[in-house]
Design a protein around this ligand. Structure first.
Ligand SMILES: O=C(O)CCC(=O)C(=O)O
Ligand SMILES: [Fe+2]
Length: 259
């Protein structure tokens, strides 16, 4: 892209050691970090103008899933926390549907941005997905659509709100619900959250805000959008190893196609 950087006032802070340390401390302490006004209003407006009219090209999965995003275990009861099903009805545009000159790519490819993410996430390397679909996605949740309770497969998520709904579309989470690295499943917590018996936190963010989130250990969801304004959100997906691609079956599940 030519023209001004889509990264706003925090551009000069990306390389600042103290700023990186502060960001890392917040992420480590709370499992989430919101950088307000990261993307310029102009860049947000451009991406909304590019993507909002293409809502009907988005892919919608109509299936339910468990909180762990895995197939059910037939040896466990249907109402076991491992098998309890939730609904996700949002749609998405895959990486290959995003214009080559989108400001989203400028940010995704920016070396300073990637160095910043490595420092804050405490990883040595950061790489795009090796498949054609996964790296940058735009999520659409129109009136009544939602993302059900789940743990992410990846250890971290980087998102940015593009367009907030009038109501609903709230990001709710239970920070540190489990330690996935030691194999915790947190069945009691999962059951209590699904039954509405467990307190949950909400993360407030607005268009242009960048969100870093440790979604493999935090159970989270997005409540149904209410009203005519569709919730639009970008997911920037990375790996800490080169050459990682989703399997064909995972691509089929998330995108309805493999390429
Ligand atoms: O829409 C959001 O804010 C969160 C998205 C999310 O949790 C996911 O894509 O796994
Ligand atoms: Fe998630």
């Amino acid at each position: 892209m030519t023209g001004p950087s889509p990264i706003g006032g925090s551009r000069h802070l990306l390389n600042d050691r103290d700023y990186r340390r502060q960001c890392r401390e917040v992420l480590d302490a709370t499992g989430a970090l919101v950088l307000g006004g990261f993307f310029t209003a102009e860049a947000v407006a451009r991406v909304v103008a590019d993507s909002a009219p293409r809502e009907d090209e988005a892919y919608y999965t109509s299936s339910t899933h468990n909180v762990y995003l895995t197939p059910s275990d037939p040896d466990l009861a249907d109402d076991h926390p491992f098998n309890r099903q939730v609904v996700s009805s949002k749609g998405l545009l895959a990486d290959d549907q995003i214009p080559v000159d989108s400001p989203l790519r400028t940010v995704y490819d920016d070396p300073d941005f990637r160095d910043f993410l490595c420092a804050v996430l405490d990883i040595d390397e950061i790489h795009p997905y090796a498949d054609e679909l996964s790296s940058i996605n735009i999520h659409f949740a129109s009136d009544g659509r939602e993302l059900g309770w789940h743990f992410d497969n990846s250890s971290f998520a980087v998102t940015m709100m593009l367009q907030a709904p009038e109501a609903g579309g709230t990001f709710e989470y239970v920070a540190g619900a489990r330690d996935a690295d030691v194999g915790e499943m947190a069945y009691d917590t999962v059951e209590a959250v699904l039954d509405g018996r467990h307190p949950v936190e909400t993360l407030a963010f607005s268009p242009g805000d960048l969100v870093l989130f440790r979604g493999r250990n935090a159970m989270h969801r997005v409540t149904p959008t209410i009203g005519a304004e569709t919730r639009l959100l970008v997911v920037f997906a990375f790996n800490d190893q080169p050459g990682v691609a989703l399997s064909d079956s995972a691509l089929q599940t998330f995108y309805g196609r493999t390429g």
